[in-house]
Design a protein around this ligand. Structure first.
Ligand code: 13P
Length: 253
């Protein structure tokens, strides 16, 4: 039985003070469920300290939204896996579509970031997902297949629970149009099969979560699918009430 996981990706939102308050709101409302499921908050870099202070001893875990693949050196503006661990992170989100599309992050960069992060003891949420155009042309599975294969091939994964794949169809992100549970399950079961070709039996233990307009209304139906092990939540994670409701829905089953 895979442990469910709910992660809030705050993206480029929240000043330090607001971030601490939001984290406090989540801890107060849903912190008790951290024993049943993995709960993760991913504030921007500048608020990692403030949020980390609030999360200490609560069981809710801290994530960064990005990382670089080298440990130190002349890489102006970048942050290493070791630095994230030092800042209190146990998780990192890698390869979000916003980074792939806006910052031109490639599959090779994603693979290097995953390897470096796991090597430094961080757990990883790697994001994959197709565009609306790719979906319309019937290429959703092909796109996601290539992303998963390129992300995972040759990467050392000691514990399959340290790697989470987030299926985030780009057309569903921030649009209010989430994938139906059946649409998400169709792709996510394919992802598990693809991961199985690379990782063998341990793919059965990898958590695959859905992201894209998840909210307190749709989370239950999504979680009813066998290959949807949780959610990567954007907009709805910016309000303590909605994030807590989503966590409660995942922690209840
Ligand atoms: P929304 O939940 O705002 O659609 O964002 C999803 C996402 O990109 C999480 O990483």
């Amino acid at each position: 039985m895979r442990k469910r996981l709910i992660a809030g990706n705050w993206k480029m939102n929240m000043m330090m003070g607001e971030a601490g308050e939001l984290a406090r709101g989540v801890v107060d409302r849903a912190g008790g469920l951290a024993e049943n499921i993995d709960i993760i908050l991913a504030p921007p870099y500048t608020a990692l300290g403030a949020v980390g202070d609030v999360l200490r001893e609560t069981g809710i875990m801290l994530a960064a939204q990005n990382v670089f693949w080298e440990e130190s050196g002349a890489f102006t503006g970048e942050i290493s896996p070791g630095m994230l661990a030092d800042a209190g992170c146990s998780w990192v989100i890698i390869g979000h579509s916003e980074r792939r599309q806006i910052l031109l992050e490639t599959d090779e960069m994603v693979r290097m970031k995953i390897g470096a992060s796991l090597g430094a003891g961080l757990k990883v949420i790697v994001c994959v997902g197709e565009t609306l155009e790719e979906r319309a042309e019937g290429r959703a599975i092909k796109t996601v297949d290539a992303q998963v294969v390129k992300a995972l091939t040759g990467v050392d994964i000691d514990d399959p629970e340290d790697l989470v794949i987030a299926y985030e169809p780009i057309w569903a992100i921030g649009t209010g149009h989430h994938a139906t549970p059946a649409e998400a399950e169709f792709v996510q079961s394919a992802i598990r099969e693809i991961a199985g070709n690379i990782l063998g039996d341990s793919a059965a233990r990898i958590r695959i979560v859905y992201g894209g307009s998840v909210n307190e209304e749709n989370i239950r139906d999504l979680l009813a699918e066998p290959d949807i092990d949780g959610a990567l939540v954007g907009g709805a994670s910016l309000r303590a009430e909605s994030m807590a409701s989503i966590i409660e829905a995942a922690g209840a089953k």
